[in-house]
Design a protein around this ligand. Structure first.
Ligand SMILES: NC(=O)C1=CN([C@@H]2O[C@H](COP(=O)(O)OP(=O)(O)OC[C@H]3O[C@@H](n4cnc5c(N)ncnc54)[C@H](OP(=O)(O)O)[C@@H]3O)[C@@H](O)[C@H]2O)C=CC1
Ligand SMILES: O=C(O)[C@@H]1CCC=N1
Length: 270
């Protein structure tokens, strides 16, 4: 993209995960990219020395056509900026597009929810656009997010809080399952390095099957269940033990936390 892009919080975890694939694929020109952090230094971009780095967010904004907001929600109040005339792309959990439009004086806001699997070009980024966002703004968002995985525009902004839980959480929830499996294997006397090798490879095989195979996840479960063997016994014990409900409860808790960011930001004494 020949556009000048500024990323506030550009040295952070998610920004790096999104930017490195886009830079590696030539979707972003490093000479047209500026990153900010409070200390004015970032790491992880050594392969692209042409990238500019600053601690002055207004300087970043003045030199950019597109400003990506990638600070933690709790740090947003420190950002006093004028982004008039700029396309704002937010990757932040919970912060409504209208809030960003008012704070930063630009009605062209794309609010998105990527995840850190972007680093492996396996991200998923749903995004919502405000009314003033143009077709070419949409192309910019699509090209940027597609560099690190799949992306899709969604019609209802409120669903982004749910996607924050469902996919914004990245590898963490499958990793909880993997970690429980590794812990159990070790408790049963399997050597830790073999337990780890076994479960990591299982996750790769299972993830590939679930993502790329013809059968939907529910059909995979049913196939093993109907087989009526050892796996069916294990699946039944997990279901009886409340694993599906625990997943529902976990997604609700994470969604509620995302919603709470918006409520806190809009409270008069927040
Ligand atoms: N990590 C994830 O998996 C996901 C994160 N998100 C969202 O992405 C956003 C960023 O998260 P994440 O990358 O994890 O967080 P990080 O803490 O890794 O990165 C945030 C960055 O913001 C910088 N920063 C904070 N305040 C300022 C400021 N005033 N000016 C310039 N830079 C600033 C910090 O650098 P310094 O301290 O040096 O200033 C830091 O590097 C969050 O809003 C989060 O909700 C969304 C989906 C997934
Ligand atoms: O856990 C978090 O708050 C961030 C936002 C979404 C995913 N990770």
């Amino acid at each position: 993209m020949s556009l000048r892009i500024g990323v506030i919080g550009g040295g952070g975890w998610l920004a790096g995960a999104l930017l490195r694939p886009a830079l590696a694929k030539g979707i972003i020109d490093p000479a047209a990219l500026i990153l900010s952090s409070r200390k004015g230094a970032v790491s992880g971009f050594e392969a692209w020395p042409a990238i500019a780095v600053t601690s002055d967010n207004q300087t970043l904004a003045d030199g950019s056509d597109v400003v990506i907001l990638s600070v933690r929600p709790g740090d947003l109040d420190q950002l006093t900026l004028d982004l008039r005339g700029k396309l704002i792309i937010s990757v932040m959990a919970g912060i409504p597009a209208a809030d960003l439009a008012t704070r930063y004086s630009s009605d062209r806001v794309i609010r998105s929810m990527p995840n850190a699997c972007a680093e492996w070009q396996q991200g998923f980024t749903p995004w919502f656009a405000t009314e003033a966002v143009t077709g070419s703004d949409r192309d910019i968002a699509t090209r940027f997010f597609a560099a690190s995985g799949k992306t899709i525009e969604i019609p209802r902004e409120e669903d982004l809080d749910y996607f924050t839980a469902l996919t914004g959480s990245g590898a963490s929830m499958p990793a909880l399952m993997a970690d429980a499996m590794i812990g159990d294997a070790i408790a049963r006397g399997i050597a830790p390095e073999i337990a780890e090798m076994a479960v990591r490879q299982l996750m790769l095989g299972a993830g590939t099957t679930i993502a790329l195979g013809a059968a939907k996840p529910g059909a995979i479960v049913r196939e093993f269940y109907d087989y009526g063997g050892t796996t069916a016994a294990g699946l039944k014990a997990m279901m009886d033990g409340g694993l599906p409900q625990a997943v529902v409860d976990g997604l609700k808790a994470a969604t509620d936390r995302a919603r709470a960011y918006a409520i806190r930001q809009s409270a008069p004494d927040a």
